[in-house]
Design a protein. Structure first.
Length: 285
């Protein structure tokens, strides 16, 4: 199945509206799609409506920011109920610290000479309550500090670089609990991106599994062939379902377009076979 179960709209750090993403997904042959904006559910109704009009199977999603042993990890929730009160409240609590982080990031970047970093990041943000690293990255590209967004992240916005700001997000078990309570499936996003050792990764996966997590992204826009092989093996080792995603943000920024990720490899169980998602998809037919 051509499933794309992780992407972002202008309600977080993407550049396209949910409607435009639905049209792009359908044009690219996507058969099952999820919108997973950062810590935010605002785009789901629009995405769901336009997916339905295009005959595109859709599951509601979100990507929750987590702090685990000092590292930021992202947990995707698939098939969640966007009207679930505890999930909404939890996401509000996560968002509450974003603006302070953005102001501190702007201060750090202005010390490097970036002009009006916060105001310009706000100009890129479709949702002013969710100013994030991608918005600052676009400012740095505009002002000539790097050739593209990927280079900005590498040279300015990761730990040890001048634009990085430490921040405490929610706990792993808490994020998983919000997703499960809202009827969804918890998925660790793009595990190949995290700067943690192999032993730490197995510890992360073990804690995630113990908390009720069910899947990892085996195929991601951040993963090359070697990462796909590694995470296929780890998915089998831990009994995780395998998800497939582009993590698409923008046509000119993302290395993989919607629906253009590699297929899931043989020997893994697709996340859309998880009981919660299978039930939702069956009911939607």
């Amino acid at each position: 199945m051509n499933a794309d179960l992780h992407c972002h709209s202008s309600h977080s750090d993407g550049v396209l509206s949910p409607a435009a993403l639905a049209a792009r997904a359908a044009a690219n042959g996507v058969e099952l799609w999820a919108l997973t904006d950062h810590d935010n559910l605002d785009g789901l109704a629009e995405a769901r409506s336009h997916a339905s009009s295009l005959g595109l199977a859709f599951v509601d999603g979100v990507e929750i920011s987590v702090t685990w042993q000092g590292s930021t990890v992202h947990v995707v929730g698939l098939g969640i109920d966007p009207g679930h009160g505890p999930l909404q409240a939890g996401l509000r609590s996560v968002r509450s610290g974003r603006d302070l982080r953005a102001l501190r990031m702007a201060e750090a970047l202005e010390l490097l000479g970036v002009r009006d970093a916060y105001a310009n990041a706000m100009r890129h943000a479709g949702n002013p309550s969710l100013v994030g690293r991608s918005h600052f990255a676009r400012v740095l590209v505009e002002q000539g500090y790097a050739g593209d967004v990927s280079a900005v992240f590498r040279d300015y916005l990761v730990r040890g670089r001048p634009g990085y700001v430490e921040h405490q997000w929610t706990a792993l078990a808490q994020a998983v609990a919000w997703i499960l309570d809202a009827g969804g499936v918890a998925v660790i996003a793009h595990p190949g991106r995290y700067r943690i050792s192999g032993d730490q990764l197995r510890l992360l996966f073990g804690e995630f599994r113990a908390a009720g997590g069910e899947a990892i992204e085996v195929v991601s826009g951040s993963h090359g062939d070697s990462e796909v092989r590694t995470f296929s093996r780890l998915a089998r080792d831990f009994g995780f379902y395998a998800s497939r995603a582009s993590d698409f943000h923008a046509p000119d920024e993302s290395p993989i377009d919607l629906g253009r990720s590699a297929p899931l490899p043989d020997g893994v169980e697709p996340v859309w076979q998880a009981p919660a998602l299978r039930h939702q998809l069956r009911c939607a037919v």
